[in-house]
Design a protein around this ligand. Structure first.
Ligand code: ZN
Length: 149
């Protein structure tokens, strides 16, 4: 069942776009281990994540996780987005985070935690959205991060 959710997000990704009108912050994250590339753009209004889109190339796990992530965080307050990102990170490290249900379809990636080599793929977009919110909050408009080693 979880496998179906992942496949569905991979085949019909949500919030996949190369542009975002009135974009506030753009981050680029890469996972050299797998070759995943992720561009994430956010627009913030009244302290909330008004819009979030992703683009880039990568394995099915990284792309599907990004689609599920954007659905789970869109419309939320920035502090809430950071908290969910932390909950997802904990889940991918085999823990049972307090807000696992709020991860929405992100919960489908819980099984990926058993495959250490794929954990970074699933985490990539969630680390990117955390970075985008922090970059926005620090007043910058773009940031680039490579998750190697
Ligand atoms: Zn990957």
């Amino acid at each position: 069942m979880y496998q179906d959710i992942i496949l569905d997000h991979y085949r019909k990704p949500h919030n996949r776009a190369e542009q975002l009108d009135d974009e506030d912050t753009h981050v680029h994250h890469s996972n050299p281990l797998c070759g995943d590339e992720m561009d994430l753009r956010i627009r913030v209004r009244d302290g909330r994540l008004d819009a979030v889109v992703f683009s880039g190339d990568g394995c099915s796990i990284s792309q599907a996780s990004a689609s599920a992530m954007t659905q789970a965080v869109a419309g939320r307050e920035l502090a809430d987005v950071l908290d969910l990102s932390e909950n997802f990170r904990q889940m991918m490290h085999g823990e049972e985070p307090p807000r696992i249900d709020d991860l929405e379809d992100g919960i489908a990636f819980q099984g990926v935690a058993r495959f250490p080599v794929r954990v970074k793929c699933a985490l990539l977009s969630w680390m990117a959205v955390k970075d985008a919110v922090e970059t926005y909050s620090s007043g910058d408009s773009d940031h680039e991060v490579a998750h190697d080693a």
